[in-house]
Design a binder for this molecule. Structure first.
Ligand SMILES: C[S@@+](CC[C@H](N)C(=O)[O-])C[C@H]1O[C@@H](n2cnc3c(N)ncnc32)[C@H](O)[C@@H]1O
Length: 437
């Protein structure tokens, strides 16, 4: 078939499917994969359901559009509520873990961020591997596998001095009241010393994680005066401007009370069985801080399912956004900046991702899967899924299909920091790859 004839064929088929698709057709179309029930169950009103066929490099791929998961449906566990730039909701990894894995399988995220994939996987009794070049990722993830009691947290906070003689090495007066600043500096020094001496324990790590998450924000639940959330920290100069504009001076905030309150909130709907399960999974968990292109710590043919969302272009500047979190954790943001992938063009980005796929192919078991989530860029004109398909296939994966989870826009579903309010929907595009035998 020549290209033109193929185009007409695809168009006709696409048109047919868009017009007459029935659940049975969809079921048979995807019967090799375990999505049919999910496709059927999701969004019972059926309004958004559609199946398309897209042609990439002369090959056809099915693309399913549906509201596979929503924020309201089966709400995520509160333990996920750690803010991180460009994180996805736990419903996304849960959907794929349910469809494509069984208990004790190995689930991996090479761009782990706040650890949404691995925390959800651990809650579902899967073994986990978490990688992220940014050390903040581990700081924000690992403590949620080893959850202390509220009493242990309270007791430890009582033991940590609220003041010491150390002056902050940077000017933070635009963010914090003098007394709050003293508490933060004292906590930072305490945690640093415990880490250096090798005496840091689960309770210290939990406190470090919660404090890191409470450094800045817009409400009295944060240590700072009104500012942007901790995952998008503004510079000192910008904060001075915000203070002038809002005519505000930093009020005193009791950091220890805030840490206890946030800890209670994170633990508000987790059962003691799940806490035990997380701890057991945590004991075998592997945390890596490497470039996703070379993760030699993971053996060949080891992972059952990878669920991930890579960085894209420089829309999201992880290290700039995280400078204050880095300061608190004695991390040099410049070092991270150098390592983090911030591609300026799609060409640069696909070059990096091709090597990532090579590595994913090496570590994936035969019969294993990769769910690779990408966003829309350039106001939806550039559909990254179409760039990702050939990358995975080139290294040996088979692209099974693309899923598009289309859902009504909600405040927190603004992933990638890209405003898509005008269309009233939020779209996750997930390319599904299988390593065939
Ligand atoms: C889109 S975020 C992932 C968010 C994650 N899905 C979550 O829910 O929190 C991408 C992550 O990739 C990390 N990253 C950037 N370049 C990397 C690289 N070359 N290797 C490994 N991680 C990288 C960033 O630090 C960031 O945490």
């Amino acid at each position: 078939m020549n290209e033109k004839a193929k185009g007409i064929y695809v168009f006709e088929r696409y048109y047919f499917m868009m017009t007459f698709v029935t659940i049975n057709e969809v079921k048979s179309y995807i019967s090799n994969f375990r999505f049919q029930e999910k496709f059927h169950d999701a969004n019972p009103s059926g309004e958004k359901k559609s199946i398309e066929t897209i042609l990439i490099n002369g090959k056809e791929y099915p693309r399913f559009v549906n509201e596979f998961w929503t924020s309201k449906q089966r709400k995520g566990n509160a333990i996920h509520e750690i803010s991180y730039r460009a994180c996805y909701k736990p419903q996304l990894p849960r959907f794929f873990i349910n469809c494509l894995s069984k208990p004790h399988d190995v689930i991996y995220d090479p761009f782990s961020g706040r650890g949404t994939t691995v925390i959800e996987a651990a809650l579902m009794n899967r073994e986990i591997i978490s990688n992220d070049i940014n050390p903040l990722s581990r700081i924000l993830t690992e403590p949620r596998l080893f959850i202390p009691t509220i009493d242990e947290i309270k007791k430890r906070l009582e033991d940590i001095p609220s003041e010491n003689q150390i002056e902050p090495d940077i000017d933070l007066s635009m963010f914090y009241h003098k007394k709050t600043e003293k508490e933060i500096v004292s906590l930072k020094a305490y945690l640093h010393e415990r880490y250096e001496l090798g005496t840091e324990d689960d309770v210290d790590r939990w406190i470090r994680m919660v404090a890191t998450n409470r450094l800045t924000g817009h409400s009295s639940g944060f240590f700072s005066v009104y500012t942007l959330p901790p995952n998008q920290a503004v510079s000192q100069e910008s904060q001075i401007k915000i203070n002038k504009k809002r005519n505000q001076i930093p009020p005193y905030r009791n950091t220890k009370e805030i840490i206890i309150k946030k800890s209670k909130s994170l633990l508000r709907n987790i059962s003691s069985e799940k806490i035990t399960l997380l701890r057991n999974i945590g004991k075998n968990a592997l945390f890596i801080s490497e470039d996703a292109r070379s993760t030699h710590q993971i053996p060949n043919n080891y992972v059952d399912l990878t669920i991930t969302s890579p960085p894209f272009l420089n829309i999201v500047q992880y290290s700039k956004d995280n400078w204050l979190r880095c300061w608190f954790n004695s991390i040099n943001p410049k070092e991270i900046e150098k390592k983090i992938t911030m591609s300026k063009t799609i060409k640069d980005w696909t070059n990096v991702m091709e090597t990532v796929f090579k590595e994913l192919y090496r570590i994936t078991k035969v019969g294993g899967w990769v769910a690779f989530e990408v966003g829309e860029v350039h106001n939806g004109k550039t559909k990254l899924d179409e760039y990702v398909v050939p990358l995975g296939e080139k290294v040996g994966f088979t692209c099974a299909n693309i899923l598009i989870n289309s859902q009504v826009f909600t405040k927190t579903s603004n992933i990638w920091g890209v405003k898509n309010m005008d269309r009233g929907t939020n779209t996750n595009r997930i390319v599904m790859f299988k390593k065939e035998g």
